[in-house]
Design a protein around this ligand. Structure first.
Ligand code: HEM
Length: 415
């Protein structure tokens, strides 16, 4: 018998979770007046929790494992078996360092440059079209940019094909059924391509610049000096490429925000770096992306009177923490200026996880996300001329991953 923690009355809340999506944890925490509650999902007991204090516990090094913590059908598309995400302890830190080694300032600069260049080139093609579905289209220049940066330059036709595969994988993330199966099918194709690229780099049949992602992953050694298994290496390469392409969603959300809050566009036009940073943070705070992360307790602890035992299944609310009224004034309002006074506490703005990058599971790609958004938002503001025709701009919180209903259509201005 566990006291003090509210629990869902229904015997199983899986359908409610699928229906409520991003709102499931924060809505119930608010209704229960508690940072945590117990529920049953897929017939398994789970503890859901929200807020910065919960995040601080969830992101303590070695407190939780991601193994057997994410429903396979739905979240397997974010990260795969064998990837850094399902490692723990020393093995995790070692592999994580490989990812973090790709994030040196000069490397991020190169990625930002490639992103802006491919975006500009694609935007010239858009300018000749009547309507452009930005969410679909944005994946193409991001794919071209990240593959070039990773040491795997693509032809224009290849960029289109790979972009479609990545989009299907990302789109399949939170769903069951056809959208998910399609993601899995295309994923198999992309994995074959990634494994082949790694194999060719290892055999010297393909040149890749030292320091590029494909080179680093192909030649990575574990603490015992062994190279990564080819399948794992392919998965890790995709774990760099796919989420970088997924930044397309944040760029579309940025365009959505610029449209609904034209005063932010005015501010950004002046070109102040701090304003740009605040805008990008606010997009990541405000818009739904990854709703929550699952973990299983490795080291028991107590939090808010509740005893967490080894192997307990816990879902940490990312979306709701980004909108927690105890952390953010008027959280439902889009207000980049709020970041002028932000404490920088790593467990408050957690769209890509909390805690420290090096010792925990916080997303190593956070710098990529920031660099790419900072490269493209100025192009949306200062270079691209487009109208936003009548459409459904609503974002359905029951759909994971979320997006504007009409995928954000723009009408480029005729030159
Ligand atoms: C992990 C979000 C972009 C690579 C994560 C996690 C989240 C996340 C929530 C899990 C944190 C946890 O387990 O507690 C996002 C979002 C992105 C993004 C919203 C925006 C598109 C990227 C990029 C990369 C990347 C650009 C490229 C390197 C990874 C990897 C992990 C991860 C490798 C596993 C890290 C670990 O387990 O230590 N991301 N991410 N992500 N992300 Fe991202």
């Amino acid at each position: 018998h566990r006291e003090g923690i509210p629990r869902d009355r229904a015997p199983d809340s899986t359908l409610a979770l699928l229906r409520e999506g991003y709102a499931f944890i924060p809505g119930r925490c608010r209704a229960y007046g508690s940072d945590l509650f117990a529920t049953r999902l897929m017939l398994t007991r789970a503890i859901c929790m929200t807020g910065a204090e919960a995040a601080a516990r969830f992101y303590e090094p070695d407190r939780f494992t991601r193994r057997h913590a994410l429903p396979r059908a739905s979240f397997a598309l974010i990260q795969d078996q064998g990837s850094v995400m399902v490692l723990d302890g020393e093995a995790h830190r070692w592999r994580k360092a490989m990812f973090l080694s790709l994030m040196a300032p000069a490397a991020l600069e190169r990625l930002a440059e490639a992103t802006a260049r491919h975006w500009r080139a694609r935007a010239r093609a858009w300018a000749a079209q009547e309507r452009v579905v930005l969410l679909d289209e944005a994946h193409v220049p991001l794919t071209a940019a990240v593959c070039e940066w990773a040491g795997l330059p693509l032809t224009a036709a290849e960029a289109e094909a790979r972009a479609r595969e990545f989009l299907a994988m990302i789109d399949g993330t939170g769903s069951v059924g056809p959208r998910n199966w399609r993601g899995h099918r295309l994923r198999a194709r992309t994995e074959r391509w990634a494994r082949e690229a790694i194999a060719h780099v290892r055999e010297g049949r393909r040149e890749a610049p030292p320091g590029s992602a494909v080179h680093v992953i192909a030649h990575h050694r574990d603490p015992e000096g062994r190279p990564l298994d080819l399948t794992v290496a392919g998965v890790e390469l995709i774990n760099v490429l796919r989420p970088t392409v997924a930044n397309a969603r944040y760029l579309v959300f940025a365009a959505h925000a610029l449209h609904l809050h034209p005063e932010t566009r005015e501010t950004l036009r002046a070109g102040d770096e701090a304003d740009l940073t605040h805008f990008v943070h606010e997009v990541r705070r405000f818009y739904p992306f990854i709703p929550f992360i699952g973990g299983r307790v490795l080291a028991p602890f107590e939090f808010q009177g509740h005893r967490f035992a080894r192997n307990d299944w816990v879902l940490m609310d990312l979306y709701g923490t980004n909108r927690d009224p105890r952390l953010w004034e008027a959280p439902e309002r889009f207000r980049p200026e709020r970041f002028r006074a932000w404490s920088g506490d790593p467990n408050t703005l957690i769209p890509q996880g909390g805690g420290a990058h090096e010792t925990g599971h916080r997303c190593p790609g956070e710098w990529i996300t920031l660099a790419q958004m900072k490269a493209v938002v100025p192009l949306l503001v200062r270079e691209m001329a487009y109208a936003v025709p009548d459409q459904d701009l609503r974002i359905d919180l029951g759909r994971i991953p979320a997006q504007p209903r009409d995928r954000f259509v723009i009408a480029p201005a005729r030159p």
